[in-house]
Design a binder for this molecule. Structure first.
Ligand code: TXA
Ligand code: MG
Length: 333
């Protein structure tokens, strides 16, 4: 176990000097957890293969699951990729900095370990002031997956990032809660018609409006192109059931026992008989901001089973449904 330095930073009133020790850790090959607008990331110098290898070790991440490289200004992209397709330029102009990750052909300057040996590389320019200051001050692009132990929900608060990474990272920046609460939209830009590999806050409709046709989930080959998609993710300790049948509230109430929990998307808490009802808010963006936090809180409670009625399948709701379905691992009633 290493000693983990805690560094406080206030995103709305950032003093960059406070981030300097974290930037020095990145520049000298260490690991630093930092807040982004989506979820907390576990960062290392993307151009240092030994530093990047430490990320896989600290998370217990499978070696074949590639990482996202984070930049703070657009010009950094040209060092990382061999070509920037026109449509990618358009998306960058509209959605960077922000929760969009694009996949490009990888330049030889990016060590293979970053991309788990693939000939592509995922790149994102965040909008979070702390993340961007860290990348700028460290002077290098930062490779970073979500800062959870492999198989746990992505951390959206300092508390949850510290739970997983204390003793594993050299530093953790406490920048409060993430703004969106689910990970970035991942889109593969290497083919003529791009493919959304992971839904997020930037929706298929947002993207189509700018660049026309996009595929969802699987490319035209039908095979999943994102190695991360084959792993079971975000599983809470208690079994989670998705309720899609008619009269879902009645069904949940009829199954409710002493230690039943409900992840409540948009109903009144009083509609449910269960003792633990975690209210996700009223809009899809609120659902996104709360979902991982709720899953982690259930893990800390003695809940024995969890039910959720998923939100509508449009806009940001698409991404929320994607995460809740993954957490349930196929248990739908
Ligand atoms: O919002 C986010 O994207 C957060 C913050 C920290 O930026 N990061 C994040 O990273 O969620 P991670 O590693 O947990 O998820 C990255 C996903 C994985 O599913 C991975 O397989 C996929 O992106 N990915 C990365 N590089 C890829 C590549 N070259 N080709 C296909 N998929 C890739
Ligand atoms: Mg992750």
């Amino acid at each position: 176990m290493k000693e983990t330095k805690i560094i406080k930073a206030e995103p709305s009133n950032l003093n960059e000097n406070e981030i300097m020790p974290a930037a020095e850790i990145i520049a000298s090959g260490g690991l630093c957890v930092f807040p982004t607008e989506t979820v907390y990331g576990l960062g290392a110098n993307a151009s240092d293969p030994l530093a990047v290898a430490k990320i896989f070790e600290a998370k217990g991440r499978p070696q074949d699951n590639p990482l996202i490289v984070h930049i703070w200004k657009y010009e950094q992209l040209f060092d990382l990729v061999t070509e920037v397709p026109e449509k990618a330029g358009v998306l960058a102009e509209h959605f960077w900095g922000g929760p969009l990750t694009m996949i490009f052909k990888r330049s030889e300057k990016v060590p293979a370990v970053v991309s788990a040996g693939l000939d592509t590389v995922a790149v994102r320019l965040p909008s979070h002031p702390v993340a961007n200051a860290l990348i700028k001050l460290s002077g290098v692009p930062i490779a970073a997956p979500s800062a959870n132990l492999s198989g746990k929900p992505s951390p959206t608060s300092f508390k949850h990032a510290a739970e997983d990474m204390t003793g594993r990272a050299d530093a953790i920046i406490d920048g409060g809660n993430s703004f969106f609460g689910i990970e970035s939209t991942v889109i593969d830009m290497t083919e003529d018609v791009p493919t959304i590999l992971r839904p997020g806050a930037i929706t298929p409709a947002d993207i189509k409006e700018l660049i026309g046709e996009v595929y969802l989930g699987k490319g035209n080959s039908g095979a999943p192109k994102s190695p991360g998609m084959k792993y079971k993710h975000y599983a809470p300790r208690a079994p989670l059931y998705i309720v899609e049948s008619e009269n879902p509230v009645e069904i949940i109430n009829s199954r409710t026992k002493e230690k039943t929990g409900v992840i409540n998307f948009g109903y009144d808490n009083s509609d449910f008989k269960a003792e633990y009802v975690f209210n996700m808010g009223k809009t899809a963006s609120e659902y996104a901001a709360n979902i991982f936090y709720a899953l982690r809180e259930f893990d800390d409670s003695d809940t024995e089973e969890i039910y959720a009625i998923p939100p509508k399948d449009d806009g940001v709701g698409i991404a929320v449904r994607n995460r809740i379905y993954k957490s349930a691992g196929g248990k739908v009633i």
